[in-house]
Design a protein around this ligand. Structure first.
Ligand SMILES: O=P(O)(O)OC[C@H]1O[C@H](O)[C@H](O)[C@@H](O)[C@@H]1O
Length: 325
């Protein structure tokens, strides 16, 4: 795969405090001198932990499979090249998958979250005011896929996924390159499980007046009327046509303080998901059942339309999450 994005090694004699990075048993951990840390599994290039302000910011199911037998239930699973669940009627709204795109033979959410990625390297830089940033890069290409996935999606591609930790934020960005001779179409979603103390005290802002597809209500189309969305039941909505620069803010209802703020680049959809109790009970790797109270998925993506990538071209999109501002 194209390694043009491979970062150079940290320079000898760099004059700022260095982050520490360890690589062991397919798990990469990085921490900053100021205490923030991030953990990424090569399986799915899944971010499984982000600690900031002395607290875990991402939700992880206690019964998640961390052994590569199933996509990891928590953290930030990466969805590529399709968000589709072939069983869901959502295609009635968004249109069927393109003919040259074998989405129907891929598992829900594609293969990125259940393939083993390669660690391409680390780089660090000064992030102003004496702060440091560390960037971890991961790669996945067609040749690295299982035979089953290679057959199901026969396109030559290269993915570079970058996870950047700063004192204030976690940024994840994906570069997709078409390394084949024909166009392909894809969708992408950063399926972020945010940790919250109590879902009853959570509001999601900056969705008002936006159109969404409600997957809980037979994929019907609605317009958001609430300036501060409360989650009071199973929620599974695809908000469309959002300005990536306007942050989605997850705030505390009791004091109106922001808990998370998420800006995006080139990702104009946002999925808001909480399984609530019945669905949580039905997910064998979601546990304990009551843990639905401690999470909300706010998923930055491009899923309501297909991105077409011409041969030789690259596309890049990402999100930046600030916590407890
Ligand atoms: O169980 P998974 O395949 O991880 O999917 C978990 C959820 O992901 C997204 O948020 C979808 O919008 C939901 O429809 C789906 O239930």
């Amino acid at each position: 795969m194209d390694r043009s994005n491979k970062p150079s090694a940290i320079g000898v004699g760099a004059s700022f405090p260095q982050p520490s990075v360890s690589v062991q048993d397919g798990i990469i951990e990085a921490s900053l001198p100021s205490g923030e840390s991030v953990t990424v599994y090569l399986y799915g290039a899944t971010v499984t932990s982000w600690k900031s302000n002395g607290q875990e910011q991402l939700f992880m199911s206690k019964t998640a499979h961390l052994d590569g037998s199933k996509p990891i239930r928590g953290g930030i699973p990466l969805v590529f090249p399709t968000d589709a669940n072939p069983k869901l009627c959502i295609w009635q709204v968004f249109g069927p998958p393109p003919k040259n795109h074998a989405t129907s033979s891929l598992p829900q959410h594609g293969f990125a979250r259940n393939s083993t990625w390669e660690f391409l390297g680390k780089s660090s830089s000064e992030a102003g005011k004496g702060d440091v940033a560390v960037k971890l890069d991961f790669g996945l290409s067609h040749a690295m896929l299982s035979e089953e996935f290679r057959k199901a999606w026969p396109h030559e591609f290269g993915l570079v996924y970058s996870v950047t930790l700063t004192k204030d934020a976690l940024r994840t960005s994906l570069q997709v390159t078409n390394e084949g001779k024909e166009n392909f179409e894809f969708q992408v979603l950063m399926h972020t499980y945010l940790a919250v103390e109590d879902i009853a005290n959570v509001r999601v802002k900056n969705l008002e007046s936006k159109t969404y597809i409600d997957k809980v209500r037979n994929a019907s189309t609605h317009t958001e009327s609430s300036p501060a969305l409360a989650i009071t039941e199973e929620t599974d909505r695809v908000y469309q046509g959002l300005d990536p620069a306007t942050p989605i803010v997850v705030s505390s209802a009791s004091d109106d303080q922001p808990l998370f703020s998420i800006t995006r680049e080139a990702l104009t959809d946002v999925v808001v998901w909480n399984p609530w109790i019945e669905k949580a009970k039905g997910l064998s790797d979601f546990g304990p059942d009551e843990a639905y109270k401690n999470m909300i998925c706010v998923e930055a993506g491009s899923v309501s339309a297909w991105q077409t990538l011409e041969a030789g071209d690259s596309w890049e999109g990402g999100q930046s999450i600030k916590s407890r501002l």
